[in-house]
Design a protein around this ligand. Structure first.
Ligand code: PFF
Length: 447
């Protein structure tokens, strides 16, 4: 059964497309700009770039190689190498993280749908009003309605098994998204006052550096590159033996980072041009507050709003399908659920946890966990706590069980392995200690 669903998926997907399609999503467009705005702009960008091209690179290479060698998703891969019981839990941790991400991911997906609907119905300008976003989030009905709708779409695709169609959509969608992003960036950075935002985002100001910058950038790196959530093991397992792992990693890295930087250049200059930089700390709502103002002031803004939110919606759906699919297939493969049962369990958990996140802005707004609303708490729990642990487990698996040499040999079957020195250095000496420090700091910081 496992083989059947695996090969069906693999025959239709190129690794790069699949990995890039799952990598580019709300993380790049919604999450990256608000974190960059909040954590010092240029200094956040610099830390992010360094992490992505050293650490991120190492983790993508490792996870996809382990997947390709074993032809299994994380739980199976850990078993394959005969990891200890304790370490096997690491495989499960990797596999279970998407189950905690996809519910709140779908809440944000719901926000995108709502904005698309607003622009489609010709009311785009109302979205640019100062309190529009706040009003929207404080309405429990609206939050739950759009979240449930988004979840239904995701689950219909999973139940209907049309995920291959979805990949085809993303193939067409990506180039249009890049093109539109460039148009919006051009407009955004040329607004009066926007240059301050461009400088804020691109020029590092070292006085803004703190451990929080690193914690946030690391979490974002995991999230955006789909690392430490089992996804890349699974994609690796679909990967043909003759694909150059190093090259595909590089492509995914560069493409994903480029989209994030474009999103930063769309949003952050607008925060300066339209709000004098007051909203830098707005958090998860930043994109929804800043971009409607840009669209409102530009020619054909209503139309641009429709196309933009449609593309973001498509990117969000492809990502949420990949997240949910990975949970469903873990349940199928490891717990021997039927596909229907696996999908039903996943959908139920999504609905429960996502509703809690959606209500955290209104009915449950008095509920604060470590001073965070419910959505931010799930975001923190997965990105800053669970993913560092999952990544540590992967590194320990490589160092203690699989051995670096084995990974190296596998990579070298198809690649020159140009960044081998970086790889070895990061995985041998840096990764585990760095992750432990980050983990402890972020957990202590939450209290
Ligand atoms: N990397 C995606 C993003 O940046 O939005 C999130 C994601 C999507 C992670 C799909 C994992 C995945 F399977």
């Amino acid at each position: 059964m496992e083989k059947k669903s695996r090969s069906k998926f693999s025959s239709k997907l190129g690794f790069v497309l699949a990995a890039a399609g799952s990598a580019v999503g709300l993380g790049n467009i919604w999450r990256f700009p608000y974190l960059a705005a909040k954590y010092g702009g240029g200094i956040f960008l610099l830390v992010y770039l360094i992490l992505a091209f050293t650490f991120g690179y190492t983790m993508i290479m490792t996870e996809s190689t382990l997947g390709r060698m074993t032809e299994k998703s994380p739980v199976g891969a850990y078993k394959h190498f005969g990891a200890s019981k304790f370490l096997k839990a690491g495989g499960w941790l990797n596999a279970i993280i998407p189950l905690l991400i996809v519910p709140y991911y779908s809440v944000i997906g719901g926000w995108v749908m709502k904005y698309l609907f607003t622009y489609l119905s010709g009311n785009g300008s109302s979205a640019s009003k100062a309190d529009a976003f706040a009003k929207f989030t404080t309405s429990a009905q609206e939050q739950v309605f759009w979240f449930v709708l988004f979840t239904l779409i995701t689950m219909l695709i999973i139940f209907g098994g049309v995920r291959n169609g979805i990949e085809a959509v993303s193939k067409i969608m990506m180039p249009i998204l890049v093109f539109l992003a460039i148009v919006i960036v051009f407009y955004s950075v040329t607004r009066p006052g926007a240059i301050k935002g461009v400088k804020y985002f691109l020029i590092p100001n070292f006085s803004q550096f703190s451990y929080k910058t690193v914690v946030a950038a690391l979490g974002q790196m995991f999230y955006s590159l789909s690392i430490a959530m089992g996804i890349l093991y699974t994609f690796g397992s679909y990967m043909k033996k003759d694909i150059d792992i190093e090259k595909t990693t590089k492509q995914v890295e560069i493409f994903d980072t480029a989209i994030a930087v474009l999103a930063g250049l769309m949003v952050i200059p607008a925060v300066f041009a339209f709000d004098g930089g007051k909203n830098l700390n707005a958090g998860p709502g930043l994109m929804f507050v800043a971009l409607p103002k840009v669209f409102n002031s530009m020619g054909f803004g209503g139309f641009i709003g429709v196309v933009f939110f449609l593309l973001v919606l498509l990117a969000a759906v492809t990502s949420s399908v990949a997240l949910a699919e990975s949970v469903v297939s873990t349940f199928e493969d490891e717990l021997h659920f039927t596909r229907k049962r696996a999908a039903t369990v996943t959908a139920t958990i999504m609905l429960i946890l996502g509703t809690l996140s959606a209500l955290g802005f209104n009915v449950l707004s008095s509920v604060k966990i470590f001073n965070m609303d419910i959505l931010s708490f799930f975001d923190f729990l997965t990105n800053s706590v669970m993913m560092p642990i999952a990544a540590i487990a992967t590194c320990v698996l490589v160092l203690k069980v699989v051995k670096i040499k084995t990974i190296e040999d596998e990579i070298k079957t198809t690649s020159k392995f140009r960044r081998k020195i970086v790889y070895n250095f990061v995985i041998k000496y840096v990764a585990i200690i760095f992750l432990l420090v980050i983990l402890v700091t972020s957990v202590l910081g939450a209290f």
